[in-house]
Ligand binder design. Structure first.
Ligand SMILES: C[S@@+](CC[C@H](N)C(=O)[O-])C[C@H]1O[C@@H](n2cnc3c(N)ncnc32)[C@H](O)[C@@H]1O
Length: 208
């Protein structure tokens, strides 16, 4: 499914905006990684990577397959004056143009649900992770309250349709979790744990 960059960005900068700092804080608390290199996969306009940059000393690569999304991520870099501590990279998650062991923290929110071959993607992420590095991949809205507020706002905007609510429920379901865990197994990755709860959403935390 192709995402319309402008419409998604309008939502990301308004309705979804409160979720990024909450998720970034949780990532830092869980991983303890605040230095080195971060890769935000499927970064969109770059708001999760930006929230992490504000909390840490990480250099952030904003990575996406969409040129349009990367233009928006570039705008985020420029707006914050981060030319020296962030850049943009284009590509598919199954083929990331970075050397083996070069990334300390991989993050990815709301993108894994679109990946064609998750096993291949997880293998590629594991390849670029540095020893001691971690990946935090999944989807969520920071808290159950934020999730419900955002869902209600999306319903209002969609004229009462439950499309968004159903899509989120499907993305964060036990079926998704099983699919991701099967892909991790296929990729030969055993050093991971899953965060799966009403507050945080569904996240795979991979350790190398
Ligand atoms: C729902 S948006 C999420 C954007 C951002 N992470 C956020 O939370 O605001 C999903 C993003 O993943 C990107 N994407 C989807 N499949 C991808 C793939 N195979 N490789 C790289 N990026 C991908 C899309 O272009 C899009 O920018």
């Amino acid at each position: 499914m192709k995402i319309d960059a402008q419409s998604f960005d309008n939502l990301a900068r308004t309705v979804f905006a409160p979720v990024y700092p909450v998720i970034a804080r949780r990532i830092v608390e869980t991983t303890g990684i605040t230095q080195g290199t971060c890769l935000d996969i499927g970064c969109g306009g770059g708001y999760l990577g930006a929230a992490l940059a504000r909390l840490t000393d990480l250099f952030v690569h904003f990575f996406d397959q969409s040129e349009e999304m990367l233009k928006l991520a570039k705008r985020t870099i420029t707006k914050n004056g981060w030319e020296g501590r962030a850049d943009i990279l284009q590509g598919d998650v199954s083929c990331i143009g970075l050397p083996d062991g070069s990334v300390d923290l991989v993050v990815s929110r709301g993108s894994v649900f679109f990946w064609e071959d998750c096993a291949k993607a997880f293998q590629e992420i594991y390849r670029i992770l540095a020893p001691g590095g971690m990946a935090y991949i999944g989807g969520g809205f920071g808290s159950a309250t934020l999730r419900e507020q955002i869902t209600q706002e999306m319903e209002r905007r969609d004229g009462g349709s439950e499309k968004f609510r159903n899509r989120v429920a499907n993305n964060l379901s036990s079926v998704s979790r099983s699919r991701f865990e099967a892909a991790l197994k296929q990729a030969g990755i055993t050093t991971y744990f899953v965060v799966d709860n009403n507050n945080e959403g569904l996240w795979l935390i991979i350790m190398k």
